[in-house]
Every structure is written in C-alpha cells, then in structure tokens.
Design a binder for this molecule. Structure first.
Ligand SMILES: Cc1cc2nc3c(=O)[nH]c(=O)nc-3n(C[C@H](O)[C@H](O)[C@H](O)COP(=O)(O)O)c2cc1C
Length: 153
C-alpha cells in the first residue's frame, strides 16, 4: 500500500489562516513547502471542502504559522474541526499579522504572510502558491513540530 511509503515522508505541522471581510478561518496543514527562493514563495495543498481554502480564494492571501513541537492540542483544534460550524479563533489568543492583517496565534514560532499567486489542481487537492510578502520569527532555536502520517491518521 502506498500509505506504507507515505508513512516515511517527513513534513512539518502548520496553521494556515486567512481573513476575508472580518471572517476568520484557519486549519492545520502538513502539506506545506517552500516553492521558490527568489522570489520567496510557499505552497500549501488543500482539500476542496476546506472552509479555509474557500476564504483564501476570496481574500487572495494567507498566513503559514509554524507550530512548536509542544503545540499538538492546537494542531488538533485546527485540524479536527471546520471553521464552517465552529469559531476556532474564539478558543485561542491571536493578533493580526503586521502586513496583511491575518490572524496569528499566540505562541507559534513564527509566520509567513503570503499573497496568492496561483492555484493548481493536484489530484483530489488544490495547491495554493503564495508569494511571501512578510515574515516574522518570534523565537530563535525553536523546535518545530514534525509530522509523520502514522502519528495522526
Ligand atoms: C496533522 C494534520 C495535518 C493536516 N494537513 C492537512 C493538509 O495539508 N491539507 C488539508 O487540506 N487538510 C489537512 N488537514 C485537515 C484539516 O486541517 C481539517 O480538514 C480542518 O478541519 C479543515 O478546517 P476548515 O474547514 O476550517 O478549513 C490536516 C489535519 C491534521 C490533524
């Protein structure tokens, strides 16, 4: 089974967030990667049912927030419930990012602010490619959370 091989793929765990006309949405994502160096870009692969993907398409912007290894509870909160019927941001402390006004959760290691540049079909997901317009690191030498499929699904 291909899952046996996917189990050995190492990724990180991130919160992807966006804001559109005062509506907030965010989810946990492991399928995040740097997609260009110059200009600096990031891509995230999202399922079509995600409320966050819907709002990213409307707002044209998103933040990628880097989780610390101790933040599993936060990853579960944002990964197991949909913003469609649950206000995840009411359960956490957050503030607006410096440039694009995106919701950033207190305690993350850092974040990138991205402007959406392209959307690509990838099988049953869509890849959202964004240009990084600002970034912030809150803590040096932090330990980011590592994602292994078998620890979660
Ligand atoms: C550890 C973890 C990693 C995940 N990675 C992704 C991912 O890369 N892409 C994705 O579309 N969903 C991913 N999910 C699922 C979404 O976080 C989940 O469907 C979420 O409830 C969607 O929220 P939304 O509807 O508010 O956008 C992941 C969930 C967990 C727990």
């Amino acid at each position: 089974m291909v899952k046996d091989a996917f189990d050995y793929l190492v990724q990180g765990v991130y919160i992807v967030s966006t804001e559109f006309e005062n509506q907030l949405s965010g989810l946990t994502a492991a399928w995040v990667m740097q997609s260009s160096f110059k200009p600096a870009m990031l891509a995230v692969s999202l399922g079509p049912t995600r409320r966050t993907a819907e709002l990213i398409e409307k707002s044209g912007k998103f933040a990628i927030q880097i989780l610390d290894e101790s933040q599993r509870q936060l990853a579960e909160l944002f990964g197991y419930y949909s913003s469609r019927n649950f206000d995840k941001f009411s359960k956490v402390k957050w503030s607006k990012s410096e440039k694009l006004g995106l919701p950033i959760i207190e305690g993350v290691l850092g974040y990138f602010e991205c402007e959406l540049e392209g959307k690509f079909v990838s099988g049953d997901h869509f890849i959202y490619n964004g240009r990084i317009v600002n970034h912030k690191v809150f803590r040096q030498n932090g330990k980011p959370m590592i994602f292994l499929m078998r620890d979660w699904f």
